[in-house]
Design a binder for this molecule. Structure first.
Ligand code: MRU
Length: 359
């Protein structure tokens, strides 16, 4: 079962609005690059692989927005081909629009490398030789669809690889949301759990609530209940206690960026989880597609960490919970050093220390 998180629909980027879950399941159609960037910044669409797809589709949106076709649209996932693009705009014109949109989308969130990876793939295609702007746009559309479809394929493959590490009856702790909602569909850390349950293993999930924005309590718990997988929510402060009681068989988390040495940036709180897992000898797995690996960075020290608004810490669901004069610190991610990671699961296999992620 794959829940489509993001798709091109009649010239818009259609996404599940993740701010509203689990209370409301609503698809919103984004019709401008500004709207897409706002949706990314506000986490209406989120999760590293989904951000990559949003970046690729965002560039198509820029074209759609700049050269409106009377009563129609160029890009729609119901069709493999695009509508005829007008002969007026030159390849240079389109490349200029793509450059501007690339810069705008790349400035939304700094940590997940998938965003930059996908924009880079699209721009590489745009620089090939084409006979016409129409041919160039058809190639860009095909590339964006490939980025979308490959993501689902990678998630399903890494899910199968990771499922081998889980046993019937295991209880798996996960953090934030690395499920179908965070990808084109199926998920990474949750993909491992879903693949295990699909192969007949009974898995219980423990979901960290994941303050400040509660992706674990809201989204991971929602995805598990949709699939009938038993899920128990805990606050992050309970992690050491539940592990000390032997309640957790393994930890599986996603990733936003993995450096060449295996150091892994993921949602804030992941590092603490890894330290506690190490203390109690609980295996700690990172599950991610190879689009999340950034071989240009030798270690996690170079990974940029997004700093978000104080208000996200000082409130819950829009309700203030702290004195107005109190300050709050809100780094959105942390970096787990590679020596705390038992294995990194990708679509290519299960990588163990010393990590060689170049293959
Ligand atoms: O701030 P978010 O919700 O985008 O953070 C998401 C995470 O940290 C996920 O664990 C990560 O992107 C992996 S998603 C498959």
């Amino acid at each position: 079962m794959v829940i489509p998180t993001i798709h091109m629909k009649q010239g818009s980027v259609a996404i599940i609005d993740q701010r509203l879950l689990p209370g409301e399941y609503r698809i919103i159609e984004l019709r401008s690059v500004d709207a897409l960037c706002d949706a990314i910044k506000q986490l209406a669409i989120r999760g590293a692989p989904a951000l990559g797809v949003a970046g690729a589709f965002g560039l198509l949106l820029a074209v759609e927005e700049n050269w409106k076709i009377p009563q129609g649209f160029y890009f729609d996932m119901e069709s493999e081909n695009i509508a005829q693009f007008p002969s007026g705009p030159t390849i240079d014109d389109v490349q200029g629009v793509l450059r501007k949109a690339s810069d705008q989308i790349a400035a939304t969130r700094p940590t997940a490398v998938n965003l930059f990876w996908a924009i880079g793939r699209m721009n590489n295609v745009s620089r090939q030789n084409f006979d016409s702007t129409h041919a160039m746009l058809q190639a860009l559309y095909t590339e964006a669809l490939a980025i979308h479809d490959e993501d689902i394929e990678m998630c399903m493959a890494l899910g199968k690889n990771g499922a081998e590490l889980l046993a019937d009856g295991d209880t798996v702790l996960t953090h934030c949301n690395a499920g179908g909602l965070a990808t084109s569909g199926f998920g990474t850390a949750l993909g491992v759990i879903f693949a295990a349950t699909e192969s007949g293993k009974r898995i219980n999930v423990y979901a960290d609530e994941t303050r400040p924005l509660l992706q674990g309590a809201r989204l991971t718990a929602w995805e598990c209940t949709q699939r009938g997988i038993p899920v128990t929510i805990i606050c992050e402060g309970m992690v050491a206690h539940v592990m000390s009681k032997g309640l957790i068989s393994s930890v599986v988390v996603g990733a936003d960026r993995i450096a060449a040495n295996g150091d892994t940036a993921n949602k804030i709180g992941t590092f603490t989880l890894a330290l506690v897992a190490h203390r109690f000898r609980v295996p700690f797995y990172v599950a991610a597609p190879s689009s999340t690996i950034d071989l240009s960075l030798p270690s996690g020290l170079e990974i940029p960490i997004e700093q978000r608004s104080e208000m996200e810490v000082k409130s819950i669901a829009g309700v203030s919970i702290a004195p107005e004069d109190a300050r709050a610190n809100n780094p959105a991610f942390d970096v787990t050093p590679h020596d705390l990671i038992t294995a990194i699961i990708t679509e290519k296999g299960v990588h163990r220390t010393p990590f060689d992620l170049s293959g």
